[in-house]
Design a binder for this molecule. Structure first.
Ligand code: GLA
Length: 385
C-alpha cells in the first residue's frame, strides 16, 4: 500500500481510538532537507531546500467549545489551548501549536474549537525542520476549518511569526516557506528577501540521502543567535541592510577592516549565496558533479568560517565522500549535530548507504541512520469528508 495511505490510516485510527469519534480532516506537512544555502536565510540570501517524504500528519475534528485539544500520539502528550485568551506560553512542541493558533487569529483568520491528533516520521531536532512541519500542519488545519484560502507564502510567514514572536526562536524564514511551497520532483530556490520561489526540476538519476549522525546538540539556540548577531555586525560594517548586499568585490576591498571572527562569518555567507545560485544553475543543467562540488565547498565553509560543524558531522561527511556513487555531502540545517545531506547516484544508493553506515560506526561510537528521500509536495489536505 502507498505510504501516504498508511499514514492517513494511522492518523485516522489513532484519532478514533483516543477521541472515540472519527476525524473529519487529515492534513500533512513534510519535513525538508536543505541541499545548500546554510545560515543565509536570515541574511536575506538564497537557499535551496527540498521537501522530503517524511511528514507530520494531523487528524482533526471540529467541535463547539472555544478550545483546541491536540494530542501528540508519538509522545503520549496532550495540550489544550483556550482560543479566547492566549496568555500562558506552553513549553516544547505545545508552544508551536499555541503560537500558530495565536498568529492565525492575529492575522484575522477565524478560529474555532477542534480536537487534533499528531503523528509522523520527521526526526525531531535533526535539522529536518520538524518544528516548521508541525507549524504548517496546524496552519493547514486551521485554514481548512475556517474555509480560508490557502496561500502557501502568506501562511508560511504567519507560522514564521509564530515561531519568532510566540515561541521566541529567532529563526529565518527558509523552513516555513519550504514546508509550505514544496513541489514533488523539484527543489525550491528561495530568495529570502523578496520571498520569490522558483521550483527547480530535480534531475534524473540523483538521489538525496539524509544521514543522521545520532547527535543532537544542546545550546544550538545561543550559538545560532550569536552567529546572527555577528552577521548583523558585519552588515553594519559594510554599511548595508544585510550581508546579501555585499558582493565578493566589496568583501575583498573591506575584509581587512573587520575583526577575524566577523570576517569569517561574512565570508561564509557571501560565498554561500554564490554557491546556492551556482547549484541551482547546475541542477537545471543536470550537472550533478558540479552540485556535489558546491556542497563540499559549503561544508568546508561551514566548518572553517562559520564554525557550526561538529566531529560527528565531519566524520559523516568524510564517510559519505569516500562511499560509492557520492557526488557531494555537507551538514544540513543549523549545524552542531543532526544530519548530513548527500547527493548520490540513484543506482548506487544501497551500496552508498551500507558503506557510510559501516564507516561511521567504525569511526564513532554513535548509532547513525540513513533516509533515502525524494522531493514531495508541500503542506496539504490529505483526507477530507
Ligand atoms: C535553522 C533555522 C533556519 C536556517 C537554518 C540554517 O534550520 O530554522 O531558518 O537559518 O537553521 O541555515
Amino acid at each position: 500500500m502507498d505510504a501516504c495511505v498508511v499514514s492517513v490510516n494511522a492518523a485516522l485510527s489513532a484519532f478514533r481510538a483516543h477521541f472515540r469519534r472519527w476525524p473529519t480532516l487529515v492534513v500533512r506537512a513534510p519535513g525538508r532537507v536543505n541541499l545548500i544555502g546554510e545560515h543565509t536565510d536570515y541574511n536575506d540570501g538564497f537557499v535551496l531546500p527540498v521537501t522530503i517524504n517524511r511528514a507530520i500528519w494531523l487528524a482533526v475534528r471540529r467541535h463547539t467549545a472555544p478550545k483546541v485539544t491536540v494530542r501528540a500520539h508519538d509522545l503520549d502528550q496532550e495540550i489544550t489551548v483556550d482560543i479566547t485568551a492566549f496568555e500562558r506560553r506552553a513549553a516544547g512542541w505545545a508552544a508551536y501549536v499555541q503560537g500558530v493558533l495565536w498568529a492565525m487569529g492575529k492575522a484575522g483568520i477565524p478560529l474555532c474549537g477542534w480536537d487534533g491528533l499528531l503523528t509522523g516520521d520527521v526526526p525531531r531536532g535533526a535539522g529536518l525542520a520538524s518544528s516548521a512541519a508541525l507549524e504548517m500542519a496546524v496552519a493547514r488545519a486551521v485554514a481548512a476549518l475556517a474555509g480560508h484560502n490557502w496561500d502557501p507564502l502568506e501562511m508560511a510567514q504567519t507560522a514564521w511569526r509564530a515561531e519568532n514572536e510566540w515561541v521566541g526562536v529567532s529563526c529565518g524564514v527558509m523552513d516555513q516557506v519550504a514546508v509550505a511551497c514544496g513541489r514533488a520532483g523539484h527543489a525550491i530556490l528561495l530568495d529570502c528577501r523578496s520571498l520569490r520561489v522558483e521550483h527547480v526540476p530535480w534531475p534524473a538519476g540523483a538521489a538525496i540521502v539524509v544521514l543522521d549522525t545520532g547527535t543532537r546538540r544542546e545550546l544550538v539556540e545561543s550559538a545560532y543567535n550569536e552567529r546572527r548577531a555577528q552577521c548583523e555586525a558585519a552588515a553594519i560594517s559594510f554599511g548595508v541592510r544585510a550581508l546579501r548586499d555585499v558582493t565578493p568585490e566589496m568583501f575583498a576591498e573591506r575584509a581587512h577592516t573587520l575583526d577575524d571572527v566577523v570576517r569569517r562569518r561574512a565570508r561564509h555567507v557571501i560565498t554561500e549565496n554564490a554557491r546556492v545560485l551556482a547549484a541551482a544553475e547546475a541542477l537545471r543543467a543536470g550537472n550533478l558533479v558540479r552540485v556535489g562540488e558546491l556542497m563540499v565547498a559549503s561544508h568546508a565553509s561551514l566548518q572553517d568560517d562559520f564554525q557550526v560543524s561538529s566531529p560527528a558531522l565531519d566524520a559523516m561527511v568524510t564517510c559519505a565522500l569516500e562511499a560509492p556513487g557520492c557526488y557531494g555531502a555537507r551538514l544540513t540545517g543549523a549545524g552542531f549535530g543532526g544530519c548530513v545531506v548527500a547527493l548520490v547516484a540513484e543506482e548506487k544508493t544501497a551500496t552508498f548507504t551500507e558503506h557510510v553506515l559501516r564507516c561511521y560506526r567504525a569511526h564513532t561510537s554513535l548509532v547513525p541512520r540513513a533516509y533515502t528521500c525524494r522531493a514531495v509536495n508541500g503542506a496539504s489536505v490529505a483526507w477530507l469528508i
